[in-house]
Write a protein that binds this ligand. Structure first.
Ligand code: SF4
Length: 327
């Protein structure tokens, strides 16, 4: 699969993400890791993960996807956004590729299997920029029965979303704000992210949405109402993760998100009928409750201990819970 196309002499268009960078020979695009090497665009981080861990899947966060399981998680350097508050900035804003260890797709899949992980996550930095690598791992993993998930800023190209169906099983997308100028300051476009989320909602890919609530930036009632309303219009079954901000990278002056703000956002989400609203990154437990009878179905204790009381994908009352519950 080729993710570039000809533009004019010595210039190719990268079709991995919505930037559709026009890249001259010898240059890289905005992400810094996809380079026009002459007749093609090469993904320079292919085979070179800069972060590799085994995480609880709840940490992604994905709460309705194989709850309680471990997931092999990898990321590289580079990103197509430049968020001031990035909590993985040492990876995302780094451009120097550590080539000291090459891990082939086959080796990555073996690592997942050896460590008892039923799935692999492309995460930490933006996986869209290393999709050629992620895709090959995912296809290799599929052969061994592994599932694949993506943790993304939602800036995939239209071509990539079409390609992902049947390869990627689940995705968590950051919906960072509902303000166009805010998105612009991060290096993206709100309209394109919304369009992509609508696009994913029509695909056979399980989707959860996360909003990092940054004090004074995106925590007004008006904005939270807009986000919750947008998700509710797509589906009341999409889990919405409200995540607490802590000062990081260039955003060191702002305070942590208060508990009051997190609870306010939670209530706003519930007021639109969202069945699954969760608070993350804070010392607050929000278990999965049956939307029909209120029974506690999945309990989580800071990712270390997840108790799943579901019977397959159902509550004891017979209500079906949306998500992917079978490996
Ligand atoms: S992945 Fe996106 S940012 Fe990077 S070169 Fe391609 S179009 Fe540009």
């Amino acid at each position: 699969m080729q993710f570039y196309k000809a533009y004019k002499e010595n210039t190719l268009i990268c079709t991995l993400c919505q930037h559709y960078c026009k890249i001259k020979e010898g240059k890289t695009g905005i992400c810094g890791v996809n380079k026009n090497v002459g007749e093609k665009i090469e993904c320079l981080v292919y085979g070179y993960p800069s972060a590799l861990n085994i995480d609880p899947i709840e940490k992604k966060p994905l709460y309705h996807f194989l709850p309680g399981s471990k997931i092999l998680s990898l990321g590289t350097v580079g990103c197509n956004f430049h968020c001031n508050f990035c909590q993985n900035w040492s990876l995302s804003q780094e451009r120097k590729i550590d080539k000291s260890r090459y891990i082939s797709p086959e080796q990555m899949v073996n690592l997942a299997l050896e460590n008892g992980c039923p799935s692999i996550a492309y995460t930490y930095n933006e996986p869209t920029i290393f999709y050629p690598y992620a895709r090959d791992i995912a296809l290799e993993g599929q052969k061994k029965g592994l599932k694949n998930v993506y943790v993304s800023n939602g800036y995939e190209s239209t071509e990539m979303i079409e390609d992902m169906e049947g390869i990627i099983d689940g995705i968590n997308i950051d919906l960072k704000s509902f303000d166009s100028s805010y998105y612009k300051s991060l290096g993206g476009s709100l309209e394109k992210v919304l369009e992509n989320i609508r696009h994913f909602a029509k695909k056979d890919i399980w989707m959860e949405i996360t909003t990092l609530i940054v004090p004074t930036k995106n925590d007004s009632d008006e904005e939270l109402h807009k986000i919750a309303s947008f998700i509710a219009e797509l589906s009341l079954d999409i889990p919405w993760h409200i995540s607490a901000f802590h000062p990081d990278y260039k955003e060191l002056e702002l305070p942590r998100t208060s508990v009051e703000t997190l609870k306010r956002a939670y209530e706003i989400g519930k007021s639109y009928g969202l069945r699954y609203v969760y608070i993350g990154n804070a010392n607050i437990n929000t278990p999965t409750l049956c939307p029909s009878c209120g029974e506690v179905l999945i309990e989580r204790d800071h990712f270390s201990n997840t108790l799943n009381h579901l019977k397959g994908d159902k509550c004891v009352c017979g209500e079906k819970i949306a998500g992917v519950f079978n490996a």
